[in-house]
Design a protein. Structure first.
Ligand code: UDP
Length: 249
């Protein structure tokens, strides 16, 4: 584990994390594992918001979702080797199932109604050993939430993907953690949009040179306010690394 600004990130690589979660899924009596894929925006929320920090403290795995976290690790002398994004993690878990005899049962919650349908079709057509046993779009009324949790529990998925955006998705998993009948729950942000084909990921070139955030900013300038948290997080880390700012506990 690497402590970055008081957040306990996993040091595991993408493949190691996917393998760990896949093994948890294969075990029989395990408690729900809550996975947070923390980009700098989420990391900043953990540092600045007490309630959200409490959710993160109770999460089982926090992955470094973004090059900003990897650089922060380097600056602070920690051991994170690579970023583990929500999209890559979900796809890697799906891939690990190829060699397994049992099909992976997935429930997907989130995104617009047409998007989630497209995402489900894509998953089922691309990953033969993965079955989406239930899905629901992410635009429902608060009163419907209990019914949704009941439906998830009736489906008994191995893996629950919650794509409601942050902090909604982390709050949803935390709120229902004790009752959710699933082995692994991941807050996946816009991953369902990418799986649906409606949103494109940055070309591999940008991902390799650590500039996916820049590509996303240029192709969607409305993200500017959100992207600023990347810099705010960077400055905070720099402050701690230089000893100017006290490290959050
Ligand atoms: N979303 C949702 N319900 C809501 C608000 C958002 O299902 O009430 C979905 C939205 O349609 C999108 C995802 O949550 O699929 C949020 O994506 P975002 O761009 O925040 O993801 P990130 O940038 O964190 O990957």
């Amino acid at each position: 584990m690497s402590d970055i600004m008081g957040i306990q990130f996993t040091d595991d690589t993408l493949k190691q994390t996917a393998h760990k979660l896949s093994t948890i899924i294969d075990e029989n009596y395990v408690k729900l594992h809550h996975v947070i894929t923390a980009n700098p925006e989420i990391a900043l929320r953990i540092i600045e918001n007490e309630e959200f920090k409490n959710i993160a403290t109770h999460a089982d795995i926090i992955t470094p979702d973004g090059i900003g976290i990897v650089y922060a690790s380097k600056m602070l002398g920690r051991r994170i080797k690579e970023r583990v994004t929500g999209f890559d993690l979900v796809v890697e878990i799906f891939k690990t199932r190829k060699q397994k005899s049992k099909s992976l049962k997935v429930y997907a919650l989130g995104a617009q109604p047409d998007t989630i349908k497209k995402a489900v079709n894509h998953i089922e057509n691309t990953y033969p050993n993965v079955t989406v046993i239930g899905f629901r779009d992410g635009y429902y009324k608060k009163e419907e939430e209990a019914k949704i949790v009941k439906e998830i529990n009736e489906c008994k998925p191995d893996l629950l993907l919650v794509g409601l955006g942050s902090p909604k998705q982390e709050e949803f998993i935390f709120r229902h953690k004790a009752y959710l009948n699933t082995k692994v729950a991941i807050g996946v942000g816009g991953v369902l949009d990418v799986l649906s084909g409606n949103v494109k990921r940055a070309p591999e070139f940008y991902q390799k040179i650590g500039m996916e955030w820049f590509y996303r900013l240029v192709t969607n300038p409305r993200r500017l306010k959100r992207q600023l948290s990347l810099f705010k997080f960077g400055f905070k880390v720099l402050g701690v690394a230089l000893g100017i700012v006290k490290k959050p506990s």
